[in-house]
Design a protein. Sequence first.
Length: 326
Amino acid sequence: MTVVANGYVTRSKMRRVGRDVIHRWEGNPIVSLEDIPFGCNTVFNAAAVKFAGQYLLLVRVEDQQGRSIFALARSDDGYRFVVENEPVMTPAEEGEFAIYEACGIEDPRITPMDGTYYVMYTAYSHYGPRLALAKTDDFVSFERIALISEPVNKDGALFPRKVNDSYVRFDRPNVGSSGNIWISYSDDLVHWGRSEVAMTTRDDHWDCARIGASAPPIETAHGWLEIYHGVKETAAGPIYRLGVAMLELENPAHVLGRAAIPILTPREYYERVGDIPNVVFSCGAILEEATQEVKMYYGAADTCICVGTAKLDALIERCFEQEESA
Ligand code: BMA
């Protein structure tokens, strides 16, 4: 049977059991502890961007004290990366950020806008995680702009353009141990509000415990394509998987379509075994304009960075695929 949904002809069943729409690169992992030239405990995940003809990853690395910092990795092909000798961003030691970054800076997402590269990240302290924003023009020096949420909030991802004259971000306030994806708006990138819930957990799915934005959204003709992570709690601990949804361009709190099944689930050894097992967690994806292929960078088991690819069309199709009973 063929299902036609929102103009898409989809395959008849969602029974590609054991297959992910994201194709893992055969050379994974691409950044591991051995690739970091300074002392550290582990490698988590990375923001990704193309800059000055190169692929850059802003890599969350945990230092030997146990706090996260950011390192920069460069590549000419998007697969083979060299990590710079020194971290490019470490927790602030003075000023208003210091108290809120005392336990580290985590999970960066890069959004290019009007020639500036914004880094939305989690500032972690004894008071809990909250969102912060920095910017850079050269990936050498990073300037902090503001702390932009109260705790507890994580998974901030800035949209690459204004919507209805406002800056837009995803964020993820926590309510107890659960969390949904919200949208907030701002006129100046510093003061945020008009918050509304955009996507919620699904009780009967792989994303039943908490969800959060992964990469900043990709603008398509069909809406904002968002790769997000979803968590299911099990007797053996949480399983982090990645999914995809399509949101309305001029009203991004409105979900147009959402894949029922994950686009990537931990299966490989490097995704199943590490500091935190059974984790795939993305903070960055790059759309190759020429080939319309998405390179998605993701942390595996909180131990290394990997890359996987998918055609943009395949991800769009997944958003509108009809859910069928078995
Ligand atoms: C999240 C973030 C991610 C991490 C994941 C699984 O809260 O801290 O960086 O990969 O937990 O531990």
